[in-house]
Ligand binder design. Sequence first.
Ligand code: MG
Length: 372
Amino acid sequence: MINVIICAAGLSNRFGSNKLLEKYGKSVILTESIRPFLEIDEVEKIIVTANEDDIKLYEKIIRKNGFPIEYRIVVCKGGETRSESVYNALDYLTDNANYVLIHDAARPNISVELIKRVANELRENVCVLPVIDVPNTLYTKNLELRDRNEFFQAQTPQGFPRQLLCDAYDDWFEDKTTYTDDFSLVQHYRRYATFKYVQGDPTNVKITFRGDVKKNLSGIGYDIHTLEKSDTEFMPICGLQVPYDKKPKAHSDGDAPLHALMDAILSAIGEPDIGHLFPTYDDKYKDISSLILLDSVMDLVKKRGFVINNVSIAIILEKPRISPYIDEMKDILSAHMGLDKNSIGITSTTNEGSGLVGSGDAIAALATVSIY
Ligand code: MG
């Protein structure tokens, strides 16, 4: 019989939050990485390693998906490193387990076919690694070209005879050297075993960055500021100082299009609006350039691991005519948002003389964003 160890105790540092709980396929990444193993009769038990704080939550999610957690799945405490987690999981192997498959929980596209391809090659003393070719041209960090045909990229599930795996891990426990996968660890401690590879699957990707999960988020923002006479002769519109004898009444510089844009971004990623982030009672933000505020919103976007796809801004004001400045506004946004100019849309219109905007006493703006 086969036992499976699913490594789910990683920290998702490059993702920004616990990626295994991210919505994916029928449920979340964690469950989709387990699901195909349940379809294989020889798999007697699946051992999921988790951080101590996540054990109860993972059990709940697995149970909610109708998986047989009582008799076929167990969630156990992982360790500080991947190898330590696997070492702990070995304690939970069933007596009947002759072979062990070890799989990354961050590979939810795993197919039954690939699992069988690995399992079918397992023999006494034979370890199996699924590999794919390197699609990109390969350089060393000294910019020396390498022949990519000489390299493979390793995937999981990796397969091992039970005793060989346990013996290798017992030896590893003596020095606890860092290994990024199990195949390399076993190669090091059991060099006289037989190591072979099978064709992996290019779609069996490891989810690392938030962009790997194709999830489109959209956000909308709106702002309006009344205008007053100004002696500066410039009015901030979308980050640009446009010549005009009025300026917005505001605690900050009152750049309504940028305020709408920031609210759209914050709305898309589920954060509170700019009124909460940069409160008007805080003197720190008095007369501040809204571009500085945009920079800190962008820092938040990056910190949370999101990437902006495109933004679209509609500016509504009677005067001045801003169409000649739109290209320059796009340059400014492009620089501050790290976004291609083609992904920034700015349109302008009047309010046809109606209301406060129509009489030239206010500027309004709407913005939408798409984020993944
Ligand atoms: Mg505002």
